[in-house]
Design a protein. Structure first.
Length: 89
């Protein structure tokens, strides 16, 4: 049961962050109000790093920021490892 709850949590958080990256990119191009980097990293820390990493490269957004280049993929790896540990433990 906990395996599925964790999986759903990670998938939802990833989907949310993926969409947030797309929205923020669109707003950046249109010179509109932006989603803060703190908000993006908060969702990444809460389980959305895989979606954030995918969104970063899919939308070509925040790819020049070293904090995002390293932070999102490292968090994504840690979250995948956490899920694997819970799944096979």
């Amino acid at each position: 049961m906990i395996k599925w709850v964790l999986l759903v949590w990670l998938l939802l958080a990833s989907l949310i962050l993926f969409l947030m990256m797309g929205i923020d990119k669109r707003k950046a191009v249109r010179h509109q109000w932006r989603i803060s980097e703190k908000a993006l990293f908060l969702i990444a820390l809460l389980g959305g790093a895989v979606g954030g990493t995918a969104g970063m490269y899919h939308f070509r957004h925040k790819t020049k920021h070293i904090l995002f280049q390293c932070g999102f993929p490292i968090l994504a790896i840690l979250q995948i490892l956490l899920f694997c540990w819970v799944y096979w433990a």
